[in-house]
Design a protein around this ligand. Structure first.
Ligand code: NAD
Length: 260
């Protein structure tokens, strides 16, 4: 379905981004992999994608908190593929702390990566999408784009912000054959979530098992973590012609969390 299209997936060396990149590769899209990690392992993962799916894959390790690196990333994509058809703004980090103790550098990092980076990639990719007359922008927001939890001030602010930006981009591109939507997962078992368990346990004074069952899954009526594969398939749907009228949508995938 996506043969000949180029998909940039930010933060695709791990977790949800890696899963979405794989789902798009399975539809034939060429990939731009981005994110941090062990470069040998990343190159092995890229080679595996090339071999398994018969697609072109480039890796660009741009630090998306740095505007000049984002500009160089999109420039490199244009040079390699001539355009950018699908943009998945997925890279994100988390930090949990009460607001009056929230480290300023963590606030700045979360706003830069989880919100501002998507502004920069979007503003740079949109002219390329308009040039080709087709585009799909998918923002990985969160249930925290719709509701709040304590100790996550920067994350909740950034995710509410990206939901708002999603709607604005959808309106500005409505007649351009470009759609922009936000996927809002509840808890997905990835390194990002795993790394919050110990901190949350310490702050709340409970065990790590209690954080998983009584804090995280307590919010999810299904009592199941969302899977990376479910998010990959949703991203594929949003790139399909069936989703041509789905734009500006803020789509919860949260086991019923925000229905309560
Ligand atoms: P993850 O930690 O597994 O992956 C994050 C990715 O971002 C990695 O590839 C990492 O290298 C990359 N990254 C980190 N800093 C970067 C930087 N400065 N520049 C470029 N890349 C950088 O996380 P995940 O759980 O897969 O989360 C992915 C997205 O989904 C995030 O935006 C997150 O907020 C969102 N999300 C996750 C969950 C969940 O439960 N895991 C729930 C809702 C939303």
């Amino acid at each position: 379905m996506l043969q000949g299209k180029t998909a940039i997936v930010t933060g695709s060396t791990s977790g949800i981004g890696q899963g979405i990149a794989r789902a798009l590769a399975n539809q034939g899209a060429n990939l731009v992999i981005n994110g941090f990690g062990d470069t040998d392992q990343i190159e092995k993962d890229c080679a595996e994608l090339r071999e398994n799916f018969g697609i072109e894959v480039i890796y660009n390790g741009a630090d998306l908190t740095r505007i000049e690196e984002i500009e160089a990333l999109i420039g490199a994509v244009r040079e390699s593929f001539g355009g950018a058809d699908i943009l998945v703004n997925n890279a994100g980090v988390q930090h949990v702390a009460p607001i009056d103790e929230f480290p300023i550098d963590k606030w700045d990092l979360i706003i830069a990566l989880n919100l501002s980076a998507a502004f920069h990639t979007t503003r740079l990719c949109l002219p390329l999408m308009r040039e080709s007359g087709w585009g799909r922008i998918i923002n990985l927001a969160s249930a925290h784009a719709l509701v709040a939890s304590p100790y996550k001030s920067a994350y909740v602010a950034a995710k509410h912000g990206i939901a708002g930006m999603t709607k604005v981009v959808a309106l500005e591109t409505a007649e351009d054959n470009v759609t922009c939507n936000a996927i809002c997962p509840g808890y997905v078992w990835t390194p990002l979530v795993e790394s919050q368990v110990a901190d949350t346990a310490r702050i709340r004074g409970i065990s790590e098992e209690e954080v998983k069952n009584d804090v995280m899954l307590a919010a999810q009526p299904t009592k199941q973590f969302v899977t990376i594969e479910q998010l990959g398939e949703l991203a594929v749907f949003l790139c399909s012609s069936a989703a041509a009228s789905t734009t500006g949508s803020i789509i919860p995938v949260d086991g019923g969390w925000t229905a309560q």
